[in-house]
Design a protein around this ligand. Structure first.
Ligand SMILES: [Zn+2]
Length: 415
């Protein structure tokens, strides 16, 4: 069991190991292939696959003829055997998803952020939305492993509570893990949104490209989710990945920290809209820790993107400046970590990427950002696989990850 979570692991290390290999093979694997990949004996493997089959987690998926001898039976994931719920608490919009064991989203809902009431009322409202979504998904509750919750930091991973995330004042100090478990009856994993995002990307990374990777998360806030040696980096207190105060533009806007040109306020979606003449419903102080709630800027961001795509100079300038700032941040983080890959995504990125993606690539390859790079090879950047709901899907993947991913540490407590 990890900090911030009360999720029990499902099955033994060997079961997790075998299940992980099977789920990564879309066409299924035979017992012979599994034995070769795990090093387990035929007898042990037979016991493990029987238990997974008894649990309904895997099933037979036809036979394949491979050389002489009798055809081999393929074992494949039974994706509908278990489910997980993901909740993303965000100042702009709350997103909920139900995913199956393959990570596919089978139900999704969005709600205006809950920003009024006591902690218990806020959590009760989330629990009611989760319950409604599980019903809508047509999933039996017994098959739901738990709820993953992704929230902006800082949070107290040990106690499973939010501390003082910006723009979410009513949630400050709320014991999300224990309160939501009490309200929903389900096990809870609470994680910082950027960490949930990298866990989600890793769940879908069947080629091991993200063993050492950085996820640049661009939403209402900006942060970095990190993976090193195949495991997400949570840090000592669960709050790793804060890059909001990285200075990307010494002449940029003032920041709540007292300096100018920090990444957070420089790429704040509200600032982009204001600079493009498309101010959102409200423009509070930028980069502040306790400003008014972030407005829902989705429609305005789409408008900004369309204007830039048409070549309107003001919108293009805003996009180009944002691309430059993001590129600078990616270079700095990559200089620190020397990652194998940089994944970029998040709700704001997803909306702006039709234009921002190419500008970002250009800025990464040239200009000041390139001058700062100390990497000995080009930075490999790719878009997120999880789209606009990345933090919610990542939160649900936390549940699957903790239930099913085999980690060497688990060997110490299992037989
Ligand atoms: Zn700052």
């Amino acid at each position: 069991m990890r900090r911030g979570s009360n999720l029990p692991a499902v099955g033994t290390y060997n079961q997790s190991l075998v299940l992980d290999l099977i789920r990564r093979a879309p066409d299924g694997l035979s017992r012979v292939e599994l034995a070769a990949r795990t090093g387990l004996s035929a007898q042990t493997l037979s016991n493990v696959t029987r238990r997974l089959s008894d649990e309904g987690l895997i099933g037979e998926a036809g036979k394949v003829i491979a050389g002489p001898g009798k055809p081999r039976t393929l074992l494949a994931l039974n994706a509908g055997s278990r489910f997980a719920v993901g909740v993303h608490l965000d100042p702009a919009v709350d997103t909920l998803v139900v995913i199956d064991l393959s990570g596919a989203v089978i139900a999704q809902a969005e709600h205006p952020p809950r920003l009024q009431g006591s902690g218990r009322e806020l959590v009760g409202s989330i629990a009611a939305s989760v319950s409604a979504l599980i019903d809508r998904a047509g999933v039996s509750r017994e098959r739901v492993l738990g709820i993953g919750v992704a929230a902006p930091g800082p949070l107290d991973a040990e106690r499973g509570r939010l501390l003082n995330p910006p723009l979410l004042t009513p949630w400050h100090g709320v014991e999300v893990r224990d309160e939501l478990q009490a309200a929903s009856g389900l096990a809870i994993a609470l994680e910082k949104d950027v960490t949930a995002a990298i866990v989600g990307e890793m769940w879908f990374d069947h080629e091991d490209d993200l063993v050492d990777a950085t996820f640049l998360y661009y939403g209402a806030g900006i942060g970095a989710g990190l993976s090193v040696a195949g495991a997400p980096v949570r840090g000592r207190t669960g709050n790793a990945g804060n890059i909001a105060h990285l200075i990307v533009d010494p002449t940029g806007p003032p920041c709540s920290c007292g300096l100018r040109g920090c990444l957070g306020p420089s790429v704040d979606p509200r600032r982009l809209l204001a600079d493009a003449g498309l101010a959102g419903p409200s423009t509070g102080p930028l980069g502040g820790e306790d400003g008014p709630p972030a407005p829902d800027t989705r429609r305005e961001l789409d408008r900004l993107c369309r204007r830039a795509a048409r070549g309107e100079p003001r919108a293009v300038a805003v996009m180009d400046r944002t691309a430059r700032h993001l590129a600078r941040a990616v270079v700095e983080v990559n200089n620190l970590l020397d990652s194998n890959a940089v994944v970029i995504g998040g709700p704001v990125w997803a909306r702006l990427s039709p234009v921002l993606s190419e500008l970002f690539g250009d800025r990464l390859a040239s200009g000041a950002a390139a001058g700062a790079t100390t990497s000995t090879r080009p930075i490999a950047v790719r878009p997120s696989r999880l789209g606009v709901d990345i933090a919610a899907v990542g939160a649900a993947c936390l549940v699957l990850d903790q239930a099913f991913v085999a980690r060497p540490a688990d060997l110490l407590i299992t037989t």
